[in-house]
Design a protein around this ligand. Structure first.
Ligand code: SF4
Ligand code: SF4
Length: 178
């Protein structure tokens, strides 16, 4: 039958020699390659017991920041939501009432603040857009979840611990003392 192209290759069908039939040289060669790797440093990381150090520019889970008096910094200006290319951020603003000065730093605050982690691409533009140092991306992963709803993070999930009540948690969330 005529070949469709001129790329056909002739197959070498010469009979195997005795050494080739024994397979011993090939087995010895394979074992040599295996043993040569035994004493080399293993590149495998035994996650989760062992963790790879993050890059200095790693961007992980978001944290809503507080000031040193424990007041929420976010003033619900919406700049982070506007900057977000994935439209992952939604919020509702509320006015600070008399007596709430110890809770919210500004006269307006985010009564509801949500980030959809399934939309987020962890670009960090929300952090860059924020004029109040109210949001930053930490060195933590968003943990796995079986339900889509579990990936919508509200204020309860995002707010940093209050430094006046939990200074160790606040420092840890800031990445201090690591
Ligand atoms: S990291 Fe990027 S994609 Fe994620 S919420 Fe912030 S701006 Fe949006
Ligand atoms: S996190 Fe920053 S940019 Fe976003 S609404 Fe709050 S103050 Fe504005």
């Amino acid at each position: 039958m005529q070949a469709l192209t001129n790329r056909a290759q002739a197959v070498n069908r010469k009979p195997m020699t005795i050494m080739e039939k024994l397979y011993l040289p090939s087995i010895a060669k394979g074992m040599g390659i295996t043993f040569s790797h035994i004493f080399k440093k293993q590149p495998t990381i035994q996650y989760p017991e062992e963790k790879r150090p993050f890059s200095p520019v790693f961007r992980g889970l978001h944290v809503l920041n507080r000031d040193e008096e424990g007041r929420e910094r976010c003033t619900a200006c919406g700049l982070c939501a506007v900057a977000c290319p994935a439209e992952a951020i939604t919020m509702e603003a509320a006015e600070r009432l008399p007596g709430e000065e110890n809770l919210y730093r500004e006269e307006k605050y985010a009564a509801r603040y949500e980030i959809n982690m399934l939309r987020c691409i962890f670009c960090g533009l929300c952090e860059e857009a924020c004029p109040k140092d109210a949001i930053y991306l930490s060195e933590t992963f968003a943990p796995a979840n079986f339900a889509r709803k579990g990936f919508i993070y509200g204020k309860d999930d995002l707010l940093i611990p209050d430094p006046t009540k939990d200074p160790a948690g606040f420092a840890a969330a800031k990445g201090e003392g690591q």
